[in-house]
Design a protein around this ligand. Structure first.
Ligand SMILES: Nc1c(/N=C/[C@@H](O)[C@H](O)[C@H](O)COP(=O)(O)O)[nH]c(=O)[nH]c1=O
Length: 368
């Protein structure tokens, strides 16, 4: 087996370990590490929670003396700064590691390359770029958040093959099958926040919780410019997860204090021209609260406001093999829409898979 393939074999194992903690390391990145000595794995680790040891430290602790003279694989450049835990680059040097194989350098321009320098200054062989693209894509949320301090936005919708989210009489349960809906709950588990518009709350009275064994419930974020949300909505009364409501400039103060007495957080925003929620302001508030990823489950008007303002990063569209027709049946993207086809919003890096009987289309909006 060639050296490169061996390196990829162990880096894939490190990537798998990193990915296993998706949704619980936020706002930190996903990082995995594997230590190999004489062709034998002697240590494995993943970063599991902010403030807890980094992946390399877990792997070094497991390896103990076997780290001496070994190779360590790590999906992200070892840190060189004293964050909430000590610098990993120094721990690697101290443990007597002989070679370090890194997938991707740290995206933070302030520290990128520093960890590598510490290792090279200690005479350690360093290889960078093994499975680099996989590591970068795995940390799409962190890479967006660390630069913009705003959450990575994933829009998810479920449509029939003729593009409808409901029949002309607004019936929508269910479009996709159980397997696809379970997949949606895995995505909810992986996100820090989940967002819907108040129209969806009024129409569906959703729980927006993750119904999976050991599922993590994201923070429920409701766009409700005039605080129309019913006080008996499940997202307010069920106590299953925090609920934050973002409102516009013309909201009812009395309703706000009623909601706050029920344990709901209400965040007013100011849109210069309309009574609507100021989305960029909302994203800044969420970013400051370390909500680094938000799963937007619509509806059509909410989806359109993110897309029209170029605030969405990724689309996940589930397409069911059924047709409902009807000129009045709604699509998943409302709003004004574009007039010229040349102004259509393009998606990149499309990935199509099948989940049960449904198709799952993932694409990126390609925004900077
Ligand atoms: N109608 C469908 C969906 N509908 C999605 C939203 O409109 C629902 O309000 C939301 O999922 C309800 O949240 P819950 O109460 O936590 O289950 N989403 C799907 O993937 N397939 C569908 O067929």
């Amino acid at each position: 087996m060639s050296t490169q393939t061996t390196h990829e074999k162990y880096m894939h194992l490190a990537l798998e370990n990193a990915r296993s903690a998706k949704g619980q390391t936020e706002p930190n990145p996903l990082v995995g590490s594997v230590i190999v000595n004489n062709g034998r794995i002697v240590g494995i680790g993943a970063h599991l929670k902010p403030g807890e040891p980094h992946a390399e430290i877990h792997a070094l602790r497991m390896a103990g003396e076997h780290a001496r003279g070994a190779t360590i694989y790590v999906t992200l450049e070892p840190c060189s700064h004293h964050g909430r835990t000590g610098p990993c680059a120094e721990a690697i040097v101290k443990a007597g590691i002989r070679r370090v194989v890194i997938a991707a350098l740290d995206p933070n321009p302030l520290v990128s390359g520093r960890g590598v320098q510490i290792l090279k200054d200690a005479g350690i062989e360093v290889i960078v770029g093994v499975c680099e693209q996989e590591s970068i894509r795995m940390n799409e949320v962190f890479n967006r958040y660390i630069v913009s301090k705003r959450p990575f936005i994933t829009i998810k919708s479920a449509v029939t093959l003729d593009g409808k989210i409901a029949t002309r009489t607004s019936e929508s349960k269910w479009i996709t099958s159980v397997a696809a809906r379970e997949d949606v709950h895995r995505l909810r588990h992986e996100h820090v926040g989940i967002l819907v518009g108040v129209q969806t709350v009024i129409h569906d009275n959703p729980q927006l919780t993750t119904r999976l064994p050991e599922g993590r419930n994201p923070i429920r974020i409701i766009l409700d410019s005039k605080l129309r949300i019913p006080l008996d909505a499940r997202v307010i009364t069920d106590g299953e997860a925090p609920t934050w409501i973002f409102t516009g400039r013309a909201y009812d103060e009395a309703k706000r204090s009623q909601l706050e007495q029920l344990g709901v957080k209400v965040y007013p925003t100011q849109d210069a021209n309309t009574d609507r929620v100021n989305l960029p302001q909302m994203l800044d508030i969420l970013g400051a609260a370390e909500v680094s990823s938000v799963f937007v489950e619509g509806g059509a008007e909410v989806n359109a406001s993110f897309v029209q303002q170029d605030l969405a990063d990724k689309l996940v569209l589930y397409i069911a093999p059924k047709l409902v027709g009807g000129r009045a049946a709604p699509g998943f993207l409302g709003g004004e829409g574009v007039s010229a086809m040349s102004d259509a919003v393009g998606l990149q890096d499309l990935n199509v898979t099948q989940v049960g009987v449904d198709l799952k289309v993932e694409g990126y909006f390609g925004r900077e």
